[in-house]
Design a protein around this ligand. Structure first.
Ligand SMILES: [Zn+2]
Ligand SMILES: [Zn+2]
Length: 188
């Protein structure tokens, strides 16, 4: 964690969580069950849940709610709206800075109390991550994939904030499609 620049893990987590669900809130759902949530958190490599087996339906509900709130930050039309959404998450997660050296890690900051629920810990850390992005660079760092058939969000950490796609996969697919379209128009 470096306070003068983004910490990538929490902001990547925020985008990954938003991308488990539909931005239009109906086309798909990657967090259908508690098992889905467990798998997502294990794969996210960011949040250590003390006991994944103890996650419940309530946690699932809380993570889905957090996802909606984080999506509001990515989709905000202006900085003030984004800031309001970030503040709301920090408030609801009762974010408090907390120094820890758990599991032999060097001393570092957590943004929620040790007894906070998993979704509160995740919410506090990811909202802090997005807050730092917003403060340093504003909304231009928050993006939605430019590919026609993808609505995934991302935080653009490139030097000159020129990123357009959520992933190399989407970028390549779009490049290939554009190339084919050019080839077709040549032969017509
Ligand atoms: Zn930690
Ligand atoms: Zn994409």
């Amino acid at each position: 964690m470096n306070f003068s620049h983004y910490s990538e893990a929490p902001i990547r987590f925020a985008a990954d969580l938003v991308n488990t669900g539909p931005l239009d809130r109906e086309s798909f759902e990657d967090l259908e069950t508690v098992a889905d949530l467990r798998a997502f958190l294990a794969g996210s490599g960011f949040l250590d849940v003390d006991d994944p087996e103890a996650l419940t339906e309530d946690d699932l509900e809380a993570f889905r709610r957090l996802r909606t709130q984080l999506a509001d930050v990515f989709l905000a039309s202006d900085e003030r709206t984004a800031a309001r959404s970030v503040n709301q998450i920090l408030d609801e997660c009762r974010s408090v800075p907390h120094l820890t050296d758990h599991d032999d890690a060097p001393l570092h900051l957590h943004y929620a109390a040790p007894e906070a629920a998993p979704a509160q810990k995740a919410g506090a850390a990811s909202a802090m991550g997005l807050a730092l992005v917003l403060v340093e660079d504003g909304l231009k760092r928050f993006g939605v994939c430019a590919s026609d058939d993808c609505i995934d969000v991302f935080v653009d950490t490139s030097k000159n904030s020129c990123r357009r796609f959520c992933s190399d996969k989407c970028s390549n697919r779009t490049a290939v499609a554009a190339h084919r379209a050019r080839e077709r128009s040549k032969t017509q």
